[in-house]
Design a protein around this ligand. Structure first.
Ligand SMILES: [Zn+2]
Length: 64
């Protein structure tokens, strides 16, 4: 199995360069963070952190 060298992308959540992840609008979220977010309960402190980061996805102008 041969794979192309994938470009590293900057994850908007953990702020590290990762190869694998998803794009959510203009933000790249690595698979680790995606997984972590799914498994974070709203009562956990981390949840607020993710929410804050995710808010950066929406450009304010989109809703004005
Ligand atoms: Zn990440």
């Amino acid at each position: 199995m041969e794979e192309r060298v994938m470009e590293m992308e900057y994850c908007g959540i953990c702020e590290e360069k990762k190869q694998q992840g998803i794009h959510l609008y203009n933000m790249f979220i690595c698979t680790e963070c995606e997984h972590n977010m799914i498994h974070t309960e709203p009562r956990e402190e981390k949840y607020q952190y993710y929410l804050k980061k995710l808010k950066n996805i929406n450009q304010p102008t989109m809703f004005s």
